[in-house]
Design a protein around this ligand. Structure first.
Ligand code: WQD
Length: 342
């Protein structure tokens, strides 16, 4: 084995895909997840894909006693990838305290236990949301962060600041934050994918559910933006490509190749795609027409953002690989699988 990795939030969307890629290259993986936004069945699906069942502990990281006991019992952890967080932008506006308590206290507890139990490496799940609406595009890691549009986005900014301050105070602990753009798609096996609770907030699960007949009609939130076709532009990154970026970041820390105690990288495709372009690509890739109408703008949406991925390409040696069409087809295959269609 190449070493043992703790993945918090490992039954979630990006977490589960990352567990698969870690196992694929020979890491032993242990998952902590409170199942607040996923199901324990994901552990079985991971085992079905890789043939290796990861150890799984169902609890929330806010519980310091349980987390400390876990580290007491689980020796030899070489690094932690921390996904476990609440992530629904709209919900965070309605329940800011639960977002601040969960997302920030979880990280603080994790650092306390990593220090006590001598676990020195952390990869953190951050988000392009820290940039707000950038003045210049594409976004580089030097682009200044902006005041968050939501408590969720602010927890990402605050957590990055906690990592910066803590790794300065405790240089034994080294960290890399990956700033995701818009993760989409599913594993090619269609055994794991995005499983939104209730009505999806995000575009692609709403598209696939509309195509599957679960949703009557997709609302395109605005076509009067200053973009070529008037709809918002995002950088949609394939979830397996994104998972592989975490494996690279883990290796960089464990091989002590990082150049500072806290590094951060944009993880996107480098290509901006509009909502309407994505719908066309989906229909081209799947043959499925999507019933949609142009609706008003959604509060809090930024107009356009996409990544400059030079730093991840050159420093990590990581590149996104999947095309938008094959990624959208993987999302559609996953939707058909969970709806038991053909
Ligand atoms: C993408 C585009 C919408 C739904 C958020 C968080 C980000 C990350 C990903 C957690 C926008 C449009 C959407 C719909 C639509 N979350 N849209 N109709 O808002 O870019 O990012 O999710 O990690 O941090 O901010 O993603 O998928 O919600 O929206 O027209 O029914 O699709 O207006 O332009 P977003 P999204």
């Amino acid at each position: 084995m190449k070493g043992k990795i703790l993945v918090t939030g490992g039954t979630g969307y990006i977490g589960s895909h990352t567990v698969v890629e870690l196992q694929n290259v020979g890491f032993e993986v242990v998952i902590i997840d409170d199942l607040s936004n996923s199901t324990a069945g994901v552990v079985d699906q991971i085992a079905q894909i890789t043939g290796i069942r990861p150890e799984f502990h169902p609890f929330n990281l806010q519980n310091l006693d349980l987390l400390d006991a876990f580290f007491e019992q689980t020796k030899g952890i070489g690094a932690v990838i921390h996904f476990a967080a609440f992530k629904a932008v709209g919900e965070s506006v309605k329940k800011p305290l639960s977002y601040y308590r969960n997302n920030i206290l979880s990280l603080v507890n994790l650092f306390e236990c990593m220090d006590k139990h001598r676990v020195n490496n952390l990869v953190f799940s951050s988000s392009c949301t820290v940039y707000g609406q950038p003045a210049q595009l594409p976004v580089t890691e030097q682009t200044p962060r902006k005041e968050a549009e939501s408590p969720y986005g602010n927890t990402k900014i605050v957590c990055e600041d906690i990592i910066r301050d803590y790794t300065k105070a405790n240089p034994r602990i080294q960290s890399i934050a990956l700033r995701y753009f818009n993760p989409i798609g599913a594993h090619p096996s269609a055994l794991i994918g995005e499983l939104p609770n209730g009505i999806p907030n995000n575009l692609v699960p709403f598209v696939t559910q509309t195509a599957a007949g679960l949703r009557e009609q997709l609302q395109v939130f605005g076509n009067d933006y200053d973009t070529p076709d008037g709809s918002c532009i995002r950088d949609y990154i394939n979830v397996v490509d994104l998972a592989k970026a975490h494996v690279v970041a883990i290796g960089r820390l464990m091989d002590k190749k990082n150049e500072s105690a806290f590094e951060f990288f944009n993880v996107g495709t480098g290509k901006g795609v509009s909502v309407l372009e994505l719908l066309n690509a989906f229909e081209k890739a799947t043959g499925q027409k999507v019933n949609y109408r142009i609706a008003g703008r959604r509060a809090g949406d930024i107009e356009k953002i996409y990544a400059d991925t030079t730093k991840a390409n050159q420093v990590l040696g990581w590149h996104s690989a999947a095309s938008l069409e094959e990624t959208l087809l993987s999302a559609w295959n996953w939707e058909k699988k969970i709806r038991k269609m053909d």
